[in-house]
Design a protein around this ligand. Structure first.
Ligand code: AMP
Ligand code: MG
Length: 413
């Protein structure tokens, strides 16, 4: 059976990122957070825009003050006061200085700022009590960024720090990738929506809600297609529709070996190519991955039906695919941390096993606490408040308390 890492490699290889020309939209900077930049940004502005002071103090000519000391201070005449936001009028001549404040423009003639703590003022004269270094506390024009060079590359996620840079560079609008479209439907005769009274044998379709939340959190747009019966005709219809409207399709259920598990057969009949049928993972073994020859080359994930397996396979396989599709140029794979386990963790050793729980910070070190209750893939109740999954590799049957364990950290918590 296919290993988890081989499955991940196959899936990422199947994903074609959104197109830099076709799949873009323009958004206002105020609504651009968490979007993916589609075009590199350059700015016509230098940073800093002009030589400016890094301190409150006095703008001086270095040669005037280079030998200053408390005993023999240089004494300079103050010819101007320059607050932030003003253009200096004077040119500093030998023996002169300008009072200056942080961020204010360095006047012509001056090349160095002496911080005010190293000075003494007497009316319009300043005594320099300590020799500065040449050019000290001057932030030179263009020393942080040169106009016309690349400010931000394409393919990055716009968080607060990038938004700050773009605002400073006067970019009120940006070209970002459109959100990937992810169609979601659930399969099963036993499923009902949350608002229906349950008849004997029925269960609520929780997967659709979980997947919609996961897709939205990933930055993609969920297209909710509802519940479809274990009926080949209905399934064929919904699959054909889903792959036509979405970049990625997520169905849950119907991919196992039961008599009513039709999804694989229908995908095959629709001339799609099946790349994965099962993965050595627990929970989540029955996992179908296929590509369709639709104009958008839809990628199809037939996820298992078990709610726990849906979450695990989403985090492990679908999220990296959505990230790559979204135009982000790196960091698609899940992040694993090595932490200490608080509890004994067990697996049968046959499949890479994911156990849900919580990371606690104990004296600055993360510790994994396994969720209480059953870890059967049919139980979703103890999934609530999970923020990490402990991973036991194939062949490993136990991790003892206080031993090291790899965990997949779940973001958005
Ligand atoms: P299946 O793979 O279709 O045999 O489903 C495996 C198990 O997951 C069965 O016990 C189903 O009742 C359950 N299941 C399937 N789909 C859903 C769903 N959308 N929401 C909650 N449980 C589901
Ligand atoms: Mg089913």
């Amino acid at each position: 059976m296919l290993s988890v890492s081989d499955a991940q490699a196959i899936i990422l290889n199947l994903v074609q990122p959104l197109d830099r020309q076709r799949d873009i939209e323009v958004v206002d900077l105020l609504t651009a957070d968490s979007r993916i930049l589609a075009t590199p940004v350059t700015s016509p502005l230098d940073f800093p825009h002009w030589d400016n002071s890094a301190m409150d103090g006095y703008a001086v000519r270095y040669e005037d003050v280079q030998h200053s000391s408390t005993e023999q201070p240089a004494i300079l005449e103050i010819v101007e006061e320059i607050p932030a936001g003003y253009q200096p009028k004077s040119t500093i001549q030998p023996g002169q200085a300008a009072r200056i404040f942080t961020g204010a423009v360095i006047p012509a003639g001056a090349d160095t700022v002496v911080m005010q703590e190293k000075t003494r003022r007497e009316e319009n004269r300043v005594f320099i009590l300590d020799a500065p270094k040449p050019q000290e506390f001057v932030r030179h024009k263009a020393s942080f960024y040169q106009a016309g060079t690349q400010l931000l590359p394409a393919g990055i996620k716009l968080n607060a720090s990038e938004i700050a840079v773009l605002a400073a560079a006067q970019c009120p609008q940006l070209s970002v990738y459109r959100r990937p479209r992810v169609a979601i439907f659930s399969t099963g005769d036993e499923l009902v929506t949350v608002d229906r009274p349950l008849q004997p044998g029925q269960i609520v379709d929780s997967n659709q809600y979980a997947l919609a939340a996961l897709v939205r959190q990933s930055g993609a747009e969920p297209l909710i297609l509802g519940i479809v019966k274990d009926d080949p005709v209905a399934l064929e219809k919904i699959i054909t529709h889903a792959v036509a409207i979405a970049d990625i399709v997520l169905s849950s259920g119907g991919v196992s070996v039961g008599d009513y598990d039709y999804v694989d057969k229908i995908i095959e009949s629709l001339k799609a190519k099946i790349h994965i049928r099962a993965v050595q993972i627990s929970p989540g073994k029955p996992l179908t991955v296929a590509t369709f020859l639709t104009p958008n080359s839809a990628l199809y994930f037939g996820l298992p039906g078990n709610p726990a397996a849906v979450l695990v396979t989403f985090w492990r396989f679908v999220l990296p695919a959505i990230k790559k599709l979204s135009g982000i140029t790196e960091g698609w794979e899940p992040v694993f941390l090595k932490v200490r386990s608080h509890d004994e963790l067990r697996s049968n050793g046959k499949r890479e096993t994911y156990l849900w729980g919580k990371l606690h910070l104990i004296d600055g070190v993360y510790e994994f606490h396994k969720a209480g209750g059953s870890h059967s893939s049919g139980n979703l109740i103890n999934l609530a408040q999970t923020n990490a999954l402990a991973v036991l590799p194939v062949g490993q049957t136990v991790i003892l308390p206080q031993e090291e364990v790899q965990v997949l950290q779940l973001s958005n918590r």
